[in-house]
Design a protein. Structure first.
Length: 307
């Protein structure tokens, strides 16, 4: 199939385009959870995020310039661009980095993706979007999968298990608020690549300052091979591709559809943790996978989404 024909089919089938967006985001961000865990073995959190944010800004803005996309952002969009970037990128990524240092990666991924609950509540409050019965069933199904994955193991961390979940819960709230603000802005004149690139640039500044003030990262020559491989995956798939696709996803879909679609991500995260970190595969994980996929199917594949 030619590229032109593939693009034509995507334009003719919005549901197929949305499904591909969801699948790509789920794979890229799901696999990023163990990647970050590998990188944190060598890199402290502010250093990790400073590298990711600055690299993401440079790569995306350079690509936009190469494609001759206008890099200038209308003045009216700058406050929204900054606010949504600080919540969806800075707040979420810093909280998840510090949270993963204090709890298992699989549990952190599960707590982070309670985000759809908070996003739907914020959308009801800030956007006046009602939650339909179908959305409620899909959300309940997905949250049942998350609770099943959470299980008793997530509560067995003792005192150290309290700080980590609170940080990850804060990450979920930050991401949810940023997502609703993207939707509240309405139509964006700037291209998604340009918006995401400038968001990374804004978020890179405080992380670089904090890295220089608080951390003494090891030289790159001492990094393990796993760190280099994980960093390559992180920069290409999570920072550059998934973040841009997420912005596109939120603009194309309702808050309910775009946020509930993220329920795929913890499933991919848990599965990749099983493969890469040696965590056991259990019947509970398989059942949670079915519930999660059912949640996405209920919301995305049946009926029309109300305005």
């Amino acid at each position: 199939m030619s590229l032109a024909l593939a693009r034509a089919r995507l334009r003719a089938s919005p549901r197929l385009a949305a499904a591909l967006l969801i699948a790509a985001i789920g794979l890229f961000w799901g696999g990023n959870w163990p990647a970050v865990r590998f990188m944190l073995m060598d890199l402290p959190p502010f250093t990790l995020r400073a590298i990711g944010f600055s690299s993401g800004a440079a790569l995306l803005l350079a690509w936009a310039h190469w494609r001759r996309l206008p890099l200038a952002v209308p003045a009216a969009e700058w406050p929204w661009l900054a606010a949504t970037g600080l919540f969806t990128i800075l707040g979420f990524n810093l909280a998840t980095a510090f949270g993963q240092l204090r709890m298992p990666t699989s549990q952190a991924a599960i707590i982070a993706f309670t985000m759809p609950c908070w996003a739907l509540l914020l959308a009801w409050w800030l956007l006046g979007q009602r939650v339909t019965r179908r959305q409620a069933w899909g959300l309940a199904c997905g949250q049942a999968g998350l609770l099943l994955l959470l299980g008793p193991a997530a509560l067995a961390g003792g005192v150290q298990g309290v700080v980590g979940p609170l940080l990850i819960l804060g990450a979920a709230l930050s991401w949810a608020l940023g997502t609703v603000l993207i939707k509240k802005r309405g139509t964006w004149q700037s291209h998604a690549v340009v918006v995401t690139g400038w968001q990374f640039a804004i978020c890179a500044l405080p992380t670089i300052v904090l890295m220089l003030a608080l951390e003494s990262p090891p030289p790159p020559s001492s990094w393990q091979l796993s760190t280099w491989l994980a960093l390559g995956y992180h920069l290409l798939f999570s920072i550059c591709l998934a973040q841009m696709l997420w912005f596109m996803n939120v603009n194309r879909l309702s808050v309910a559809q775009s946020t509930i679609s993220t329920l795929i991500i913890p499933t991919v995260g848990v599965a990749s943790a099983i493969l890469l970190l040696g965590e056991p595969l259990t019947a509970r994980v398989l059942l949670a996978l079915l519930l999660t996929l059912a949640a996405v199917a209920i919301v995305m594949l049946h009926g029309r989404e109300s305005a």
